[in-house]
Ligand binder design. Structure first.
Ligand code: LLP
Length: 418
């Protein structure tokens, strides 16, 4: 799905860098990103919103590596965060707190305090109980916390149930029919300042219709809340736009936004500031995971291609049965075989790809494509495996942006019994 990943002279390249050469230099497993691809993914959002008050808040949970954040901060983006840890990353990368929106159903008091001190742009509040606590924390600091209520529009995003978040029966947001009452409460609390409204209906969405449905529901609420005398400044429509992993055909970001703006203008809300929280669509197709073939193991039922990356490096296949494309880093002139590509972790669920035709030998490298989003950021240390190294390619030059984790780093904070 990306023009930044292509074969040249039989070698798979990211932005002019051969992946085999990068693997030789930095080892495997290795995440490789194209900075140009990230900026190219941001461009249609900015293009469609040009001339309007807006802020694109990159949902950094998709990929929170500092150099990635720095790339988006320099491009003028804000950030959607879900923890104090993510806030520290934004600040370490040179991002601005006043462009941060703080989402999440379970913010702690300590996290609220830290975010207030840093001066975040807005708290996306997800429950009525959270309103009370946030008001208390802000008042104790002599502050008013800027708040937006995340409302649950109860629309079906038609995506995987694990990443669908806008339906009535999931834990996210405040129910549509409770929203006006919650806004009244927020407006009455001494430690809060109502500034906006937000929603997020799910992830890997490939159609425009659910967005339009959610938008209509949100604008209905804006009108009801303002009729109750509470002004709403910004409307945050969340993230969720899908990418092409295989044959999905999501709308382009500028096309989606044009359709939304049309509806917003038609309903007379064109003056409002608009926020978006895209994650996957900014980074997903800008990264690959390079892994080395350790062993080929032919079997009666299946052939296994055992590689040095595992579910701890890339969780999506094991967790969602996600289909991610694979490609040999060097083309070979031999008939391909059908393989399940699996990792070294001791779990049957540890697979990266199933039933793939690959012409590879032991020692060859395979790239898992579209791995820029929810790859490294979901990596774990299961089986005491250090997390992978990361490289960002800029103008054809590779930059190491994260060193491979060593075993010693993994047990650094641990104590033996006396
Ligand atoms: N805003 C909020 C409040 C969110 O919860 C999310 C993602 C986003 C924005 C960004 O959504 P995106 O544009 O990336 O779709 N680990 C899963 C995806 C989890 C998404 C969680 N929330 C996966 O690998 O598919």
């Amino acid at each position: 799905g990306s023009p930044f990943v292509a074969y040249r002279d039989g070698q798979l390249h990211v932005d002019g860098c051969a992946l085999d050469a990068l693997a030789d230099q930095y080892g495997t497993p290795l995440y490789v990103y194209s900075q140009a691809a990230m900026l190219a993914a941001l461009a249609p959002y900015e293009r469609a919103l040009a001339g309007r008050k807006h802020l694109v808040c990159y949902a950094m949970k998709a990929n929170s590596s500092l150099a990635v954040l720095q790339t988006f901060a320099r491009a003028g983006c804000g950030f959607d965060i879900v923890s104090a840890g993510e806030l520290e990353r934004v600040l370490a990368a040179g991002g601005r707190a006043d462009r941060v929106v703080f989402s999440g159903v379970g913010k702690t008091r300590a996290e609220m305090r830290r975010a207030l001190e840093a001066g975040v742009r807005c708290f996306n509040v997800e429950s009525e109980a959270e309103l009370e606590v946030l008001s208390e924390v802000a008042a104790s600091l002599g502050r008013r916390a800027p708040v937006s209520l995340r409302v649950n529009p109860d629309v079906d995003a038609k995506t995987h149930p694990y990443i669908s978040t806008g339906l009535r029966d999931n834990k996210f947001g405040i129910a549509h029919d409770r929203a006006v009452a919650a806004y009244r409460r927020a407006a009455a609390l001494p430690g809060l300042q109502v500034t906006g409204i937000d929603c997020h209906i799910g992830s890997q969405i490939t159609e425009v219709a659910p967005y339009l449905d959610a938008l209509d529901r949100v604008l209905d609420l804006v009108e009801a809340v303002e009729a109750a005398g509470i002004p709403i400044h910004h409307v945050d429509l969340g993230g969720g736009l899908g990418i092409t992993y295989t044959d999905e055909t999501p709308p382009a970001a500028d096309e989606l936004i044009a359709r939304l703006l049309e509806r917003i203008d038609a309903r007379g809300h064109g003056h409002r500031e608009l926020l978006f929280e895209p994650g996957r669509s900014l980074v997903g197709n800008a990264g690959v995971l390079v892994t080395e073939v350790l062993y080929l193991k032919p079997g009666e039922e299946k052939n296994f291609c055992i590689v040095d990356a595992a579910m701890n490096d890339l969780m999506r296949p094991a967790m969602y049965e996600a289909w991610m494309a694979t490609a040999a880093c060097r083309l070979r002139d031999e008939p391909p075989q059908r393989y399940d590509v699996v990792g070294p972790v001791c779990e049957s669920g540890d697979w990266l790809a199933r039933d793939r035709l690959l012409a590879v030998r032991q020692g060859d490298r395979i790239a898992v494509l579209s791995a820029g989003a929810y790859g490294m950021s979901m990596a774990s240390n299961y089986n005491t495996r250090g997390r992978a190294a990361e490289v960002m390619v800029i103008d054809g030059q590779a930059h190491l942006i994260r060193e491979r984790e060593t075993p010693q780093e993994l047990f650094r904070g641990e104590r033996l019994l006396g």
